[in-house]
Design a protein around this ligand. Structure first.
Ligand code: AKB
Length: 357
């Protein structure tokens, strides 16, 4: 394996946008795979980009065999809300795509198994009801591993197979893959918007406010989940990729930057964009997913084992990272200077009963 070559699948997604430049700065030659052509500024930073599905096994195998990457970031995935709409696609991409990549890598003989960095998710947790969720607070990695959605099932299965391959090789022998997974909370980027996820309401709310557009939030005001900014998420991926195997007490880690309710996010957004129009109209299918996810996660292991230390808590995420970057991006002025309005409250539409619409 070539330990200066990093393969990134799903490279054109939100994470790829920040991860590829960071890997370049770290001195890696980046080989990228995505369903669609990458934007020019990303493509120029890669030594090869392949436009293909992760399910095109021959194309993926050819790419991997030619480059022999010592480091793999397998970002290609169908996220939670979309997975519920198209479970076959979710299974194919999230499970079959991952399993085939494991197979291709383990069939290549190498003294040092490639490091395989897998973005898992808080979707692997399944809390049975809101009361339990509140009582539980921050979950640890080995608690409530009973996902309620297809995406969580897909991710948990791949975590288990990856952990098995990090221990042994099918049929016996030295481990085939140095598997490491992060269970990501909702991620918020100033550079891109997510699609198909359940935590998407947080980035969508703040981007809409910064663009001066109204936004209807698809979960209830009291919905509380853990989040992290995208730059902190990218730092976490790089830290875990660089950690010594002997420091890892597990193969699967929780991380978080902060936890916040939808109301808290809304109120914080309105402080910066007082003219923003934000309503709450819960969509039952998406609400059910969010209700089954923990309100927070315990990230003590990641802090201890590989030095997780996110820069952004809730205040810093909004005030120092998102708002300044979004104002630059969308060219919105600081409306607070006008002082024309008093504080606004986040609102449910007058004719809806919160959480039941
Ligand atoms: C989603 O909402 O599906 C993702 C995730 C938490 O994995 N953002």
């Amino acid at each position: 394996m070539n330990d200066r070559v990093a393969l990134v699948t799903g490279a054109g997604g939100e994470m790829g946008h920040l991860l590829i430049p960071a890997l370049r700065r770290d001195g890696y030659a980046v080989v990228a795979l995505d369903l669609v052509e990458l934007p020019d500024e990303l493509r120029q930073q890669c030594s090869e980009t392949l436009v293909a599905s992760i399910l095109d096994v021959d194309a993926v195998e050819d790419l991997v065999r030619r480059h022999r990457p010592g480091l793999v970031f397998h970002l290609a995935a169908v996220l939670s809300s979309k997975a519920e709409i198209d479970p076959n696609l979710a299974h194919n991409v999230n499970v079959t795509g991952t399993f085939e990549l494991f197979r291709i890598l383990r069939e290549m003989s190498s003294d040092v198994p490639p490091r395989f960095i897998f973005p898992s998710s808080i979707a692997v947790y399944g809390l049975p009801d809101a009361e339990t969720k509140k009582r539980q607070g921050a979950v640890e990695e080995n608690e409530w591993n009973v996902p309620s959605g297809i995406y969580g099932c897909n991710k948990l299965y791949c975590e288990l197979i990856g952990t098995y391959l990090a221990r042994t090789r099918p049929g016996g022998g030295a481990p085939a893959i140095d598997f490491r997974a992060i269970r990501f909370p909702g991620l918020i980027s100033a550079a891109t918007l997510p699609t198909g996820g359940t935590t998407d309401y947080a980035p969508m709310m703040i981007h809409a406010a910064a663009r001066g557009e109204s936004y209807s939030c698809f979960v209830r005001e009291d919905t509380r989940l853990p989040f992290m900014t995208m730059p902190d998420a990218i730092d976490a991926l790089r830290l875990l990729a660089g950690a010594c195997s002997s420091d890892l007490s597990t193969r699967v880690y929780n991380i978080r930057g902060f936890a916040a309710s939808a109301t808290e996010i809304c109120e914080r957004v309105l402080r910066h964009f007082p003219e923003a129009k934000i309503e709450f109209e819960s969509i039952p299918a998406r609400q059910a997913i969010a209700d089954s996810w923990p309100e927070d996660v315990n990230d003590a292991r990641a802090r201890r084992d590989w030095g997780l230390d996110p820069e952004h808590d809730f205040d810093a995420a909004v005030d120092e990272y998102l708002v300044p970057a979004l104002r630059r991006r969308y060219g919105t002025q600081d409306q607070r200077a006008a002082g024309s309005r008093g504080p606004r409250r986040c609102a449910s539409p007058p004719d809806s009963s919160p959480g039941l619409s």
